[in-house]
Design a protein around this ligand. Structure first.
Ligand code: GAL
Length: 754
């Protein structure tokens, strides 16, 4: 048996999902050697092993697992032990068919794939909690088991179930929430379309309907499903905690819409994430940044683990582009830059059989031949040198808020535009700041705002008076706030905010929203020959329609920047000439009215058109595009409160407009990018005292102003860093400050030392 040769105590965790039960004993022996060669120090074990751990109901066979854990431990490889509950064995499906999930259409999902359990199934809940307990009892203080991996990607395939048990659970959840059926009727607005209930027993989930659903019912259904899956997690945590105090995680999937991860993260010791950005998209690097900033935010700034990525290509897209040469290491270091203390992959060994045969692995079908293995070993070596980074925090002065409940509500709302993508506003604004080179936190709406200079409130659809109060306080203390269209439109039951949208934010922003205009860009009535809409007018055949203009049929709303500072910011960014700045809005525009104007009549949209809003107007709608009927009305406003400001953006501002506004706001808020004057394609992030410089581009670049010890190569840099295409460097300032310490305990402190 090999001696303990794992990375040092404070090294970055490296490894992946390990499924030795799919292989023979000889391969296992080989794996130990290869793991050592690759610098692997942590594997996630047993994720899909339920059928081997409990072959028949209530009969557990853990000896094979114990032998593997012992051998790994002896080899210096720590274990992130999975509870194995993501895919119940066939006995559960056959003996308890009611544990299988039922779709919205009433179809029961069969055994033979994975995740075939209803989140409300009492059989599943009991059996999964029991298995977690049995494992924790046996391995809870095993020196090789350093953390727990509960289930796997909760809700990934099945996040709702319409089976009998789920429907009953929904009713009792509603009863707890509303207490009386009258309260439910009020919250769901059942006076509309004659939907009134006399008793909770009559209530059903929003399954397939004749036509439009009740938005309040749908929102509660999403809350309920989140609650049920969270209940599964908590059941397993309770079982583990009875026997083990090792840290617990469950792997997230970025901003996965069905689950409110802000809530979930509160129950975890370590936030971990699975992420498969598409290498075929130029926005892949942004995606890595976005998801990492979110994971860091979910853990209140603590380091997180990348629990899954692929070394090369996935197999589940229509076309599965491999990562480009260098990108595996580049994106891995990017995650470390953004706060990851561990880089793990799905999976250690590429499967020989099954649905994921052609998904990348650290040991591919070709073994050490081909380009994957050298990249795997290379990354292991690099991560092995990053011990000094572990535990340090990535600090940001800009925060972008996310709110799952608001995202659900925006999706549940029917109209005025129903093509919203999930978290679109947060993603767009995060991307703007990231592209400009600023460090950004993505945090929940209840996060502590102290320490930020800029807070972006993008499409926070549900009114939140407490958030309004905290934002007001933040601005009073000199903070800059950007609120975007579609914020504070409904209350938590989906009832529309009356008296002008923005509700409790109106005072801070100085404006309220009286009307909305959705520019659709596609014909509302396909096939109709509507003049001026999409098709050419058929003069004179369509004698009347030919004269009808429909500006709503555009993708954009014209926006004219009228504020000199904003115009300068846009010009500096784009090199555009004095007039004709390339800024536009999106498919959405809003009519603003001054907040608190006693003459302002909520019922009269016209009032807003004739009056200034009483705040600085930075940009106005023009006659172009879908905004034609809004010509001259404010598109971007600013209410100043001392040195603090509250901006409102009444449209889906395009990337140029967002970048211009962000630049202006950064100047006023005295926020600087991580490094100034970076070449195209280069990202910089600071983690603690270490500077990460990442070249996402295809050209070699020279980055000025970088001095220190390059941990990745051991080279001393003296004011200049040459960075080949798709490479990254981690620079430690020299001389190293003897007093600098990690801001928080390293995740890997639980790993045994070499
Ligand atoms: C994840 C899952 C893994 C594997 C991977 C493939 O969703 O947790 O088990 O299926 O995707 O990309």
């Amino acid at each position: 048996m090999a001696s303990a040769t794992i990375l040092p105590l404070d090294s970055v965790a490296y490894g992946g999902d390990y499924n030795p039960e799919q292989w023979d004993a000889e391969t296992f022996e080989r794996d130990l050697e290869l793991m050592r060669a690759a610098g692997v120090n942590l594997v996630s074990l047993g994720i899909f092993s339920w059928a081997s751990l409990e072959p028949t109901e209530g009969t557990y066979d853990l000896d094979w697992l114990a032998a593997i854990i012992d051998r790994l431990h002896a080899a210096g490889i720590s274990v992130d032990l999975a509870t194995g509950t993501a895919s119940p064995p066939v006995w559960m499906a056959r003996r308890y068919p009611q544990s299988l999930p039922v779709t919205r259409e009433g179809v029961r999902l069969e055994f033979g794939s994975r995740q075939q359990y209803s989140p409300s199934s009492s059989v599943y809940r009991r059996a999964s909690a029991a298995l977690a307990g049995v494992l924790a009892q046996r391995f809870g203080d095993h020196p090789g088991v350093v953390m727990w991996h509960v289930n796997n990607e909760y809700g990934c395939h099945v996040s709702e179930c319409f089976g009998e048990e789920s429907r009953a659970a929904f009713r009792s959840w509603l009863q707890d929430r509303y207490q009386t059926i009258e309260a439910l009727n009020e919250a769901w607005g059942t006076a509309f379309w004659s939907q009134r209930y006399a008793d909770f027993a009559e209530v059903e989930p929003p399954a397939t309907m004749p036509t439009l659903h009740n938005p309040s019912q749908l929102l509660d259904w999403r809350r309920f499903n989140n609650h049920q899956l969270l209940g599964c997690l908590l059941g397993e945590i309770e079982s583990i905690r009875a026997h083990s105090d090792r840290p617990i995680t469950t792997n997230f999937m970025g901003a996965f819409p069905p689950l409110d991860y802000v809530q979930w993260a509160q129950h975890l010791d370590i936030v971990s994430d699975d992420h498969y950005p598409d290498p075929a998209r130029p926005s892949g690097a942004w995606d890595v940044a976005w998801q990492s900033d979110l994971m860091r935010g979910l853990g209140d700034g603590r380091p997180f683990l990348l629990m899954e990525q692929t070394t090369d290509a996935v197999q589940w897209r229509t076309r599965n582009s491999p990562k480009r040469p260098g990108q595996y290491e580049l994106w891995s270091l990017q995650r470390v830059a953004h706060g990851a203390d561990g880089i793990l992959q799905f999976q250690w060994r590429q499967s020989r059989r099954g649905a994921e045969t052609f998904h990348g692995g650290m040991v591919p079908h070709a073994g050490r031949a081909g380009r994957t293995w050298p990249a795997v070993v290379g990354l292991g070596e690099t991560l092995g040198r990053l011990g000094p980074v572990v535990g340090a925090r990535t600090e940001a002065q800009v925060a972008v808020l996310v709110d799952w409940q608001s995202n659900w509500a925006l999706q549940a709302a029917i109209g005025p535009a129903t093509e919203e993508t999930d978290f679109a506003g947060a993603k767009a604004w995060h991307r703007t700041w990231w592209e400009l080179g600023y460090a950004v936190d993505v945090v929940g709406t209840a996060a502590d705002l102290t320490g930020y200079r800029v807070v972006v409130v993008p499409q926070i659809f549900i009114e939140d008076a407490e958030l309004a109060r905290r934002l007001t306080e933040f601005v009073a203390q000199g903070g800059q706030v950007i609120v975007t269209a579609r914020s504070f439109v409904v209350d938590p039951t989906m009832a529309a905010v009356l008296g002008g949208y923005l509700g409790s934010l109106r005072e801070l922003l100085g404006v309220g929203v009286t009307d909305v205009v959705a520019a659709t860009g596609t014909p509302a009535n396909d096939g109709e020959n509507v003049a001026g809409y999409v098709e050419e007018p058929l003069t004179p055949v369509h004698r009347i329609s030919t004269a009808v203009r429909t500006p709503g049929g555009c993708d954009v709303t014209g926006v004219d920047v009228v504020d000199e500072d904003l115009a300068r910011a846009v010009r500096d960014l784009t090199g555009a000439a004095e007039d004709g700045l390339p800024v536009a809005g999106g498919r959405w525009a809003e009519v603003l009215a001054p907040a608190g104007d006693p003459a302002y009549d909520y019922d009269s949209g016209a009032a807003a058109r004739s009056r200034e809003t009483g705040v600085d107007v930075l940009a106005r709608f023009t006659a172009e595009g879908g905004g034609a009927d809004l010509t001259g009305l404010p598109a971007i406003t600013r209410a100043s409160h001392g040195s603090g400001s509250a901006y409102y953006v009444a449209t889906d501002l395009d990337p140029v407009g967002r970048a211009g506004l962000a630049t202006l706001v950064a100047q006023r808020g005295a926020v600087a990018p991580v490094l100034a004057d970076l070449p195209e394609g280069v990202e910089a992030q600071r983690r603690g005292e270490h500077l990460f410089v990442l070249n996402h581009g295809d050209e070699q670049v020279v980055v000025p102003g970088v001095t220190g010890l390059d941990l990745t190569t051991g080279e001393h840099l003296d004011g200049e860093l040459t960075l080949p295409a798709r490479t990254a460097r981690v620079v430690e300032p020299t001389p190293a400050s003897p007093t600098s310490e990690p801001a928080s305990a390293p995740l890997t402190s639980a790993l045994p030392s070499r």
